[in-house]
Design a protein around this ligand. Structure first.
Ligand SMILES: [Ca+2]
Ligand SMILES: [Ca+2]
Length: 198
């Protein structure tokens, strides 16, 4: 029969065993917290990093949309389509390397000449509305992978509406649906194919 002394001894052993597990428990909790914080980070993605919807040239040939691949791997853009706001389908074999930009323009030749750049895609059809509108980009399977609606009045910055500035995503990872995620380009004319801060 178990005596009170035996029971205390057993309880004491249990406590000692439990106490011995504490360091392991602490490591598990710390690991879980790190995993939670990591999963809360926005996933790297293909993003629209700049929009020139109201350039200063009279017939707005210099409209463009800039994509940026913030992922660690390249993105196969073949069959991707802008389906709302503007329309353009990327040719098969079009790829965007990791941490690189790609520009789609209303008039690629005019944009390349104006900025002395190359590799601009397009032309897209339609116009980027000067009053703001939704831009959708879908993948080859028809799934919308980017959808953003820009605006030209508060809380959206006003200077991209015809003063020469473009609209740039101020921070990668920020929500493109939020006006606060966007700011006017640092430079008049914007930076098609390059980071805003150079
Ligand atoms: Ca426009
Ligand atoms: Ca840029």
């Amino acid at each position: 029969m178990e005596t009170l002394e035996d029971r205390m001894q057993n309880t004491g052993d249990g406590y000692t065993a439990w106490a011995n597990q504490l360091p392991i428990l602490r490591v598990c909790i710390l690991f879980s917290v790190i995993c939670l914080l990591w999963s809360a980070q926005p996933a790297a993605a293909l993003i629209v990093s700049e929009v020139m919807y109201h350039p200063v040239d009279a017939d707005e040939k210099l409209e463009f949309v800039e994509l940026y691949n913030e992922q660690a791997v390249f993105e196969d853009l073949g069959g991707y389509k802008f389906t709302n706001g503007i329309e353009y389908t990327f040719a098969p074999g079009t790829t965007l390397a990791s941490k690189q930009y790609l520009v789609v323009a209303r008039d690629p030749a005019a944009l390349q000449a104006a900025y002395d750049i190359s590799g601009v895609r397009g032309p897209f059809t339609g116009r980027l509305n000067n009053d703001g509108e939704r831009i959708d980009l879908s993948n080859a399977g028809g799934e919308i992978v980017i959808s953003l609606r820009y605006g030209d009045s508060r809380p959206w910055p006003a200077s991209p509406d015809g003063t020469g500035h473009s609209l740039v995503l101020a921070r990668f990872g920020s929500d493109p649906q939020e006006a606060s995620s966007w700011s006017p380009s640092t430079f008049i004319g914007g930076t098609p194919g390059r980071p805003d801060q150079i």
